[in-house]
Design a protein around this ligand. Structure first.
Ligand code: ZN
Length: 186
């Protein structure tokens, strides 16, 4: 899967996809994550075309919504399911988190406060201290593409999150050093 990640990262349209998409792709290639949900940068022409061409090139299914979000999956039904859940007014944190490959302890933590409060949860986590190896699950730099996981961990010592981070790290370490402009601080 390492060669695949290198190709996906190298050819992704970075003027359209956000930097954080690199982290999503890393998790997609190194874990059981089935769907990526991301949001297009704004202000560029034909952004869907470049993302669609990239997905087609790698035999991935991509789906767009009217708010600039896009969903990438191997399986079209997973992307459709994620898009429909995302639109739903009913609580869907657990089902959505499962599709996106997040640990149950972490998506249940989000569910307990409600998805609408996820930004406040992220702000709270800015004050967290991560000890030792658990520094690998710190997502402060997710938006700049320099994180190993793409979800908010439930605690600063969440073991399932660490397992996902270690899987991503192993995948990164197998990549050639010149392969990537993102993820360079790991
Ligand atoms: Zn957790």
């Amino acid at each position: 899967m390492t060669a695949m990640l290198t190709d996906l990262l190298t050819h992704a349209p970075w003027t359209t996809a956000p930097d954080s998409f690199a982290v999503d792709l890393l998790q997609f290639c190194s874990t059981d994550k089935r769907v990526i949900r991301s949001k297009m940068r704004s202000g560029y022409g034909s952004p869907r075309d470049s993302l669609q061409a990239w997905a087609t090139r790698f035999d991935l299914f991509i789906l767009f919504d009217e708010d600039g979000y896009f969903f990438v999956a191997d399986d079209a039904s997973d992307a459709v399911h994620a898009r429909d859940l995302d639109r739903s007014n009913h609580p869907h944190e657990c089902e959505f988190g499962d599709l996106l490959g997040y640990p149950p302890c972490c998506y249940k933590s989000v569910a307990s406060v409600g998805e609408e409060n996820i930004d406040a949860l992220a702000t709270l986590q800015l004050a967290w201290e991560f000890d030792g190896q658990f520094q690998l699950i710190d997502t402060k730099s997710y938006t700049s593409g320099q994180s190993l996981i793409c979800h908010l961990p439930c605690t600063p010592n969440c073991k399932p999150s660490l397992d996902l981070a270690l899987a991503a790290l192993t995948c990164l370490q197998l990549m050639q050093p010149h392969d990537r402009v993102f993820l360079t601080t790991v």
